[in-house]
Design a protein around this ligand. Structure first.
Ligand code: IYR
Length: 228
């Protein structure tokens, strides 16, 4: 017999019409999200960042251990430090340092549709960086010892909720993953049992921002779903 203390769970019951209308409205808006690489320097309200992190922190997680940490970086010095370290990794990735690229030819070919390169000015231009860390160990107490479960899945869902909230708030985002990312632990003063997962760059798009046309090539609904 499970012995867990249980508490009531209630949701306001919507009519099917209201339910569908709300799902479609949010769905339509989320489908407008793009990965933005051209940011303006305009500031963003800290309240929005806080609300998005609170939403992310409510994500489901293995054993409810909430194995995540969100480090908000807004200072010019820290942003510059992150840009410099990230660009050093990216130069090796793309072979822009004169050596053989770390990325395979196949990988570089796949990126051609995005038009990315080793220059990451957005890491300094954008007003906020949210560096997401996954806690391999620690439990709710963050003791660094207790085993965590389904860490990648949990943090992935939390990141999705973070991005959805920021987009709903009218902000542009970029999920950026320089590889390797170990330097982020040092810049953000995080413990060794935490693994940097991604930098979520947040801001307003620059007035002349563009996105690759490739971004609009979404797999059709019929292909991404099957009803059995
Ligand atoms: N981190 C590199 C390369 C890169 C890799 C993937 I997979 C992308 O979807 C985009 C970029 C960069 O940021 O340029």
């Amino acid at each position: 017999m499970p012995t867990a203390e249980m508490i009531p769970y209630k949701l306001a019951r919507l009519s099917d019409e209201e339910s569908a209308a709300r799902a479609k409205q949010l769905s339509r808006n989320l489908q407008q999200r793009r990965t933005c690489r051209d940011f303006s320097a305009d500031p963003v309200p800290t309240e929005v960042i806080e609300a998005a992190i609170r939403a992310a922190g409510s994500a489901p997680s293995g054993a409810n251990h909430q194995p995540w940490h969100f480090a908000v970086v807004a200072s010019s010095e820290k942003k510059r430090a992150i840009r410099e370290a990230a660009e050093a990794e990216e130069r090796r990735f793309y072979g822009a340092d004169g050596s053989d690229p770390k990325a395979s030819e196949e990988w570089l070919a796949a990126l051609a549709d995005l038009g990315t390169d080793e220059d990451k000015p957005f890491l300094e231009t954008a007003p906020m960086l949210i560096v997401v860390f996954a806690q391999r160990k620690g439990g709710i107490a963050e003791d660094g010892v207790t085993q965590n479960y389904y860490v990648n899945e949990s943090v992935g869902i939390a990141c999705g909720m973070l991005l959805a909230t920021l987009h709903e708030a009218g902000l542009a985002t970029l999920t950026h993953t320089p590889s390797p990312m170990g330097f982020l632990r040092e810049v953000c003063a995080r413990p060794e049992w935490e693994k940097p997962v991604m930098i979520v760059v947040v801001g307003h798009p620059a007035p002349d921002a563009t996105v690759p046309a490739h971004a609009l090539k979404k797999k059709p609904y019929e292909k991404i779903s099957s009803w059995l």
